[in-house]
Design a protein around this ligand. Structure first.
Ligand code: CTP
Length: 398
């Protein structure tokens, strides 16, 4: 898929730069041409020689290199690529990109480019969590910059948490998704998925049996058709797909906030099994058994995300797709639910235990829309997702 594509790879100065050497190999294996730029700090971690040897091309380093300016000016360098990839994207580079600084070759190229940019952040967990970085992230996302990672795990600095750069193959998948020439190219699609967890106290929560499998498959299928997917997921059993923007949440309220942050989008697919209620005042201490009898939990209603988005006066997605998980009278309940929620389509299924659908690998759905009801045969969740993605692509092309 990357044959004859040109990637401009900007390597920032972080320990994760060693992974960028493997990234170059993986991209070359797939037929991409890779032009490399090293920041000064990056040269402390990997050498220009190893980078250019792997890329099979000159490695660019200095803004004021007159030979390069004569051969290929920085403007042309920034625009000759199909995609600019920043890996590792350090806190410093993200800060420069947000502020619009252009004081070295890497930051100047990022300012001068009219090509899509994909960042793979890598930094210490506290640096990642710092409000400045999170502000920069939100601004860059709003500016249209795409992100892959960071992952959570052990870090070179000995700490644990989000901040590890995505693995080279994850970055390749994100690049491929970004460059997919499918019918959803250029469309922004939001997918919610998985269950939500509503805390009772620090160790207990209310959840449901959703594995996140169907929502994950839908996000993957949409990305495979070229969509730019934001995937807002509760704590699911299955890992999120590659090549999408992953936003992890726990509660319904957090999911609702993450959905707002992802708007505007062309299409919203609401596959999450959102808890309808939350415990009014979740205890910040573990509830203990007492002689005074059983604890009484008071509930309040969670925001209905699908309903809210479906009824937006401004910025409503062109197409809003809901899911209805029912245990009886599926068509009747789902038809009423579509009316109540105000969504365009509803994908309904029977999740009573004997169907094995919830937590299983297959699904049998009804697709209900203004055009009527389609009954799809029982098939794998991936196949349901592929068919739904195809239908979405057709709907957008009409
Ligand atoms: N949904 C949502 N926010 C909620 C509840 C549900 O966005 N707070 C979305 C789900 O993602 C799904 C659709 O609404 O797309 C239907 O979810 P479901 O739980 O079946 O609907 P409920 O409104 O909870 O209806 P009921 O409990 O009556 O079955």
């Amino acid at each position: 898929m990357l044959a004859s594509k040109r990637i401009l790879l900007i390597i920032g100065g972080g320990i994760a730069a060693y992974k960028s050497l493997d990234l170059i190999r993986r991209l070359k294996e797939r037929g991409a041409a890779v032009t490399t730029v090293l920041t000064r700090a990056a040269e402390e971690f990997v050498t220009p020689l190893s980078v250019s040897a792997l890329a099979g091309e000159k490695c660019y380093r200095d803004l004021f290199d007159l030979t390069d300016e004569a051969e290929m000016g920085h403007i042309q360098l920034s625009r000759s690529a199909d995609l600019v990839v920043v890996a590792p994207a350090t806190a410093d580079l993200m800060g420069k990109m947000t502020a619009g600084l252009a004081n070295d070759l890497a930051s100047t190229l990022l300012m001068a480019t009219d090509t899509p940019v994909l960042c793979a952040p890598a930094m210490n967990v506290r640096m990642w969590d710092h409000p400045a970085t999170q502000r920069n992230l939100a601004q860059l996302q709003a500016d249209g910059v795409r992100f892959v990672g960071p992952n959570e795990g052990d870090m070179a600095c000995g700490e644990y948490g989000p901040g590890r750069m995505s693995e080279p193959l994850e970055i390749v998948a994100a690049i491929e998704a970004q460059m997919a020439d499918g019918p959803l190219q250029g469309k922004r699609i939001l997918v919610t998925s998985g269950p939500t967890h509503e805390p009772i106290d620090p160790v207990r929560y209310i959840a449901n049996r959703s594995s996140g499998a169907q929502g994950t498959a839908v996000a993957r299928a949409l990305a495979a058709l070229g969509a730019d997917v934001t995937f807002v997921t509760g704590p699911a059993d299955v890992p999120p797909p590659e090549g999408v923007q992953v936003v992890r949440v726990k509660t319904a309220q957090q999911m609702s906030d993450a959905v707002d942050a992802a708007l505007p989008v062309d299409v919203g697919v609401f596959a999450a099994a959102v808890a309808d209620w939350r415990v009014v005042s979740a205890s910040d201490r573990k509830l203990k058994k007492t002689q005074d009898g059983l604890p009484a939990l008071e509930f309040s209603e969670n925001p209905d995300i699908l309903k809210r988005v479906s009824h937006m006066d401004h910025g409503r997605p062109m197409l809003v797709v809901g899911f209805a998980a029912e245990t009886n009278d599926v068509l009747e309940h789902a038809t009423a639910k579509r009316q109540r929620k105000g969504c365009d389509w509803i994908v309904a299924n029977d999740v009573s235990p004997q169907t094995g659908i919830m937590g299983g690998t297959e699904n049998a759905v009804l697709l209900i829309s203004d055009a009527g009801t389609e009954e799809w045969p029982r098939m794998g969740k991936d196949a349901v997702a592929a068919r739904l993605a195809q239908k979405i692509a057709e709907a957008l092309s009409n």
